[in-house]
Design a binder for this molecule. Structure first.
Ligand code: URA
Ligand code: CA
Length: 440
């Protein structure tokens, strides 16, 4: 099919037929297609949108440009996906917890993107850990122990890989049908039958407003249902980093502390909310309360932490980190960030915090950059906490004292102290499933 005609249709604001959309996805996966035609069509979609039918057609067509896994893992495979946040380590907390409750989890994860961290980078801070695994090995690990967190292979939805890279450099990332089809094409290709989506909303997230987050949730749930999968989306807050640690090894350490029962708070709370939905989709609990009971039992008995150790060892990593987080890489220097006035922590600029961690070496500025697993920062106050002048607000972990000083100064600017108390940041905003949409 002539791609120019497809571009022409979308330029005029018309809905594309299934055939036109399939031609687009195939062209995206074909290296012979020039970037400029794909870029023109992406911009036409960004400006003129796509309806629910077009979005679902695009998702399936993109998924089918690569391998479609149909893994036999000895149960219904469930997956969870976050649209990306700062200090968002729920995967490392909830995957072992739900696996300890009997779920089968194939978790294909990405690397860091912009100011947000990626689970694969975090996992690779564990000495020896392998994340680039062949499909057969992933399936065999899941069959044996219930979970595996692996890097997404290039064979999954290659059309998305090409389009995502083009969107990044043509200002077309922020399109709800393009985001929904991009994420869901990869989820459908991994063969997940139950999919829990964590749609982050707030200044540290891709979706800045509740309205956009709800629209994205509706679009993704609709795609999943049309493809015959069970999907539930939660909209959760990203006004401040979810955990207190930002940086690869630091976040792994925090996830271990949570699983060991040493740390409570929003990271655990959101992990439990997502975990409940995974157990429900897997058919392992009758209702959310029963699911929570199972998860808390796995947490308090230490079964969740033991499962993380098993998973790390199955992927050749040093499982002893789960008993001693001191075995994780550590930065040479720590720089204190202290409050310069009395008041309450009113606001955290979450994107800025992510960018500061990136500048320390926790993320990449260019694709080929090598990250430093040890560096990052720890926030000691949350929105709503009272603060006195001289209190420790945060700690910068760095291997370069100069960079660390700059980061510490920037961090002070990203933490806004004001007069008068303010409420804590909200965690759960909405639950979206096939037949219900509850805004809480
Ligand atoms: N993550 C993706 O995989 N795709 C998007 O478009 C946005 C976030
Ligand atoms: Ca904020």
């Amino acid at each position: 099919m002539d791609l120019i005609r497809v571009i022409e249709q979308k330029k005029l604001g018309n809905a594309l037929s299934k055939e036109e959309i399939t031609a687009f996805a195939r062209a995206a996966a074909d290296p012979a297609t020039p970037d400029y035609q794909l870029a023109a069509l992406l911009m036409a979609i960004r400006l003129n949108g796509m309806d629910a039918r077009e979005t679902a057609d695009l998702t399936l067509a993109m998924a089918r440009t690569g391998d479609m896994m149909a893994p036999d893992v000895g149960g219904l495979p469930v997956d969870k996906h976050s649209t990306g946040g700062v200090g968002d380590t729920t995967t490392l907390v909830l995957v072992p917890l739900v696996a300890a409750c009997g779920a089968k989890v194939i978790k294909m994860s990405g690397r860091g993107l912009g100011h947000t961290g990626g689970t694969v980078d975090k996992m690779e801070s564990i000495p020896g850990m392998r994340t680039e695994l062949p499909e057969e090995e992933i399936v065999s690990i899941v069959r044996r122990i219930g979970c595996c967190v692996a890097a997404q292979s290039g064979e999954l939805a290659p059309a998305d890989k090409r389009l995502y890279a083009l969107r990044d450099v043509t200002a077309t990332v922020d399109s709800i049908p393009l985001i929904a089809s991009s994420i869901m094409s990869k989820k459908l290709a991994t063969g997940a039958q139950g999919i829990v989506l964590d749609i982050k909303v707030g200044d540290g997230a891709l979706m800045k407003t509740l309205e956009d987050a709800l629209q994205l949730g509706d679009a993704m749930v609709d795609i999943g249902c049309k493809a015959g999968r069970r999907v539930t989306a939660l909209v959760t807050g990203m006004e401040e980093p979810l955990g207190s640690h930002v940086g690869n090894a630091l976040e792994v350490g925090e996830a271990i502390d949570v699983l060991a029962g040493r740390v409570q708070g929003p990271l655990l709370d959101v992990s439990l909310l997502l975990g409940e939905q995974m157990l429900l989709l897997a058919g392992l609990a009758q209702d959310a309360q029963a699911a929570r009971g199972l998860l808390l039992e796995a947490l308090h008995s230490g079964k969740g932490l033991a499962k993380l150790k098993e998973m790390i060892e199955a992927q050749s990593g040093d499982g002893a980190v789960t008993q001693d987080t001191g075995l994780l890489p550590r930065a040479a220097h720590r720089i204190a960030v202290k409050a310069d006035k009395n008041g309450y922590l009113h606001e955290v600029d979450a994107t800025r915090v992510g960018l500061i961690a990136q500048s320390l070496g926790a993320g990449r500025l260019r694709k080929e950059d090598v990250i430093d697993p040890a560096v990052g920062l720890v926030l000691l106050k949350r929105i709503g906490d009272p603060v006195r002048e001289g209190d420790l607000l945060a700690q910068v972990h760095t291997n370069h004292p100069d960079r660390g000083e700059q980061a510490a100064q920037a961090l002070l600017q990203a933490l806004h102290i004001g007069e008068g108390s303010v409420p804590k940041a909200k965690q759960l905003y909405a639950v979206i499933a096939k037949d219900r949409r509850e805004v809480v």
